[in-house]
Design a binder for this molecule. Structure first.
Ligand SMILES: [Zn+2]
Ligand SMILES: [Zn+2]
Length: 214
């Protein structure tokens, strides 16, 4: 809280009256909810309430109870971004403003991953990216969506969507299950042409991309 230090001691030369409304507030680092569900929450935790999930940005006690500043998460399905191919259905966005909630409204804790963690944990929980992921993949050059299956080229290590290279997801999954490595058309044609990889890649990417978008 602006103007007071820990324990409500005024800082600097601010008049105490300026903080009258907040005079009995005391910042807390963590708090254990004694009623069911018995949970210890702290600043930075993500929590589920009846009407959505939020990040605890500040935790404080007053004579009336324990409260927190909740920055709510907005689910991608509740935004127009949901139609974009690089937005995960489990993607969250932080709300612009915060609201004050009582700790008794907390039902459970929620795990919010980075896109990489979410992918690693087999798409469990939710993910948030501070900004749209700038890793662009495939011939379509779309930002990476960890929900969408991809194939990694054995030679160049680039990621491709099966559909963008004329395969079905089933075919891609079958190849992966049978241990058949994917080699992208760029790498294939470079081998055939016998040219150094870096020299041909750009030319072939452009040709392939032109074909796909026509
Ligand atoms: Zn693609
Ligand atoms: Zn390749």
């Amino acid at each position: 809280m602006a103007g007071t230090g820990r324990g409500g001691v005024p800082i600097g030369n601010k008049k105490p009256e300026a903080n009258a409304a907040a005079a009995d507030e005391k910042d807390l680092r963590s708090y254990t909810i004694s009623l069911f569900p018995r949970l210890t929450v702290k600043v930075g935790d993500n929590v589920q309430m009846k009407f959505g999930a939020a990040k605890i940005e500040r935790l404080f006690q007053t004579s009336k109870g324990v409260y927190f500043n909740a920055r709510f998460y907005i689910r991608s399905r509740d935004t127009r971004l949901a139609i974009l191919p690089f937005i995960s259905k489990r993607e969250l966005f932080l709300a612009e403003s915060t609201e004050i909630r009582c700790v008794t409204s907390i039902e459970s804790k929620v795990t919010v991953h980075s896109a990489e963690e979410y992918f690693e944990f087999k798409n469990a929980g939710f993910l948030i990216r501070a900004r749209l992921h700038d890793l662009r993949i495939c011939l379509c050059e779309m930002p990476w969506n960890p929900d969408v299956p991809m194939m990694e080229c054995k030679d160049c290590g680039e990621l491709f969507h099966p559909a963008c290279v004329g395969m079905t997801r089933d075919e891609a999954a079958e190849n992966a299950a049978n241990g058949i490595d994917y080699v992208c058309s760029e790498c294939n044609s470079q081998v055939a042409a016998g040219l150094p990889n870096q020299w041909q890649r750009e030319v072939v990417t452009k040709n392939e991309a032109t074909k796909l978008f026509r």
